[in-house]
Design a protein around this ligand. Structure first.
Ligand SMILES: CC(C)(COP(=O)([O-])OP(=O)([O-])OC[C@H]1O[C@@H](n2cnc3c(N)ncnc32)[C@H](O)[C@@H]1OP(=O)([O-])[O-])[C@@H](O)C(=O)NCCC(=O)NCCSC(=O)C[C@@](C)(O)CC(=O)[O-]
Length: 346
């Protein structure tokens, strides 16, 4: 495992980029519309990317060994301190289905007073929504799928039944002025059905927007996508949903996540989901690996001059903290390389 002193110095390696990030600290992510810049190598891309950190939820939900609530809370605190604008905190789902997140109420109660940060939680139905609001959640997310088989195995109902449930959730949320994000799983491939038609993804996305979801996160749940399948899917969704509402959510099973993110940026998308240290995987998507690592995303965005406001050194510290707890090496190549590079200079 990496020495604390080593990691604490990583910020210095990225000195120039971090200065740029601090200059950008006035960026507001509410009602965020990407401002495009003409990149001399990559064409038109957003000048700022809003990173939605999903580590404490998507990252941990598949871990067999129960992580203590205090560790989850400390992880969220460290992620918040790195400058991330949104940290998805937990899920108000059935503890029988996802035992790891059975402490959602306690996590939410411990973090709800954190200032200047958005801490959404997943809610699969009205029961979850009501519990989340009672625990202090100010933002929620619903999660549908573009594949019938996955919908059934993940939330025990058909796509249409899930949309009906989410109409109830979005209506209740509107009455309380609570923003709702909509996830779509299996946007390019399903573990049971194989490839998924872009028109199906576009249909579900439009339904979620029509019921009031303010953002649509397009999830390659099993990480099978390449630019060859991601581009047609994004085109179909962009025909029916405003670009500013779209986020991408790539798992890195086949090592394609960064390429897929890059083409998404080139298509104008400015919101990217990722998980610290590459943690993650859906308990109902066998064989799927973790989400793309937040450290790797920030490293790439720093390298192409796209702002995020995130301090990569602090992010590496957070990744090391949770990896230490789980007893494994950090799952971010950038984190490992930055730490080694710094260690060799000490
Ligand atoms: C949706 C349900 C609840 C349906 O589960 P069900 O068994 O069909 O629900 P039910 O309505 O028949 O209720 C059964 C029991 O669950 C309870 N229950 C019912 N609702 C809740 C709730 N909200 N919170 C707590 N308890 C709940 C309910 O009270 C009852 O309790 P009992 O009477 O047996 O004691 C279940 O299937 C479930 O919880 N699924 C969640 C699965 C999950 O969390 N998957 C991972 C998240 S999605 C994901 O990771 C993909 C994503 C978003 O990251 C994007 C991507 O990568 O693709």
């Amino acid at each position: 495992m990496l020495a604390l002193r080593t990691i604490k110095n990583i910020s210095k390696l990225n000195n120039t980029r971090i200065l740029i990030n601090h200059c950008y600290s006035t960026q507001k992510d509410e009602n965020y519309t990407p401002k495009m810049i003409n990149h001399k190598l990559l064409g038109s891309i957003p000048d700022y990317v809003k990173i939605v950190e999903v580590g404490p939820r998507d990252g941990l939900q598949n871990e067999k060994q129960i992580v203590p609530t205090s560790v989850k809370v400390e992880l969220i605190k460290m992620l918040v301190s790195s400058g991330l604008p949104v940290v998805e905190a937990t899920s108000f789902v059935s503890p029988k289905w996802v035992p790891q997140l059975g402490d959602a109420k306690d996590v939410m109660k411990a973090i709800r007073s954190f200032a200047g940060i958005r801490l959404p939680v997943l809610t699969p139905n009205l029961k979850g929504f009501e519990a989340a609001v009672e625990a202090g959640a100010k933002e929620v997310a619903v999660f549908a799928a573009a594949s019938e088989s996955f919908s059934k195995s993940n939330i025990n109902c058909s796509i249409e039944e899930s949309l009906a449930r989410y109409r109830d959730v979005t209506l209740a949320a509107r009455n309380l002025s609570i923003p709702v994000r909509g996830y779509i799983s299996c946007v390019v491939g399903c573990p049971v059905e194989g490839s998924v038609p872009p028109s199906k993804v576009a249909y579900v996305a439009k339904e979620l927007v029509n019921m009031g979801c303010c953002e649509i996160s397009l999830g390659d749940t099993i990480g099978v996508g390449t630019p060859g399948t991601v581009i047609p899917m994004l085109k179909a969704v962009m025909d029916v949903v405003p670009l500013a509402k779209l986020a991408v959510h790539f798992h890195d099973t086949y090592g394609q996540a960064l390429s897929n993110i890059l083409v998404s940026l080139q298509m104008g998308i400015g919101i990217v989901d990722s998980s610290v240290s590459g943690l993650g995987g859906c308990p109902y998507a066998k064989g799927a690996s973790g989400n793309v690592a937040t450290e790797d995303v920030v490293y790439m965005l720093n390298g192409i001059g796209v702002k995020t406001n995130v301090d990569i050194g602090k992010l590496v510290l957070a990744g090391d903290y949770i990896s230490n707890h789980l007893g494994r090496s950090p799952g971010s190549k950038a984190a490992v390389a930055l730490s080694r590079r710094l260690a060799s200079k000490l």
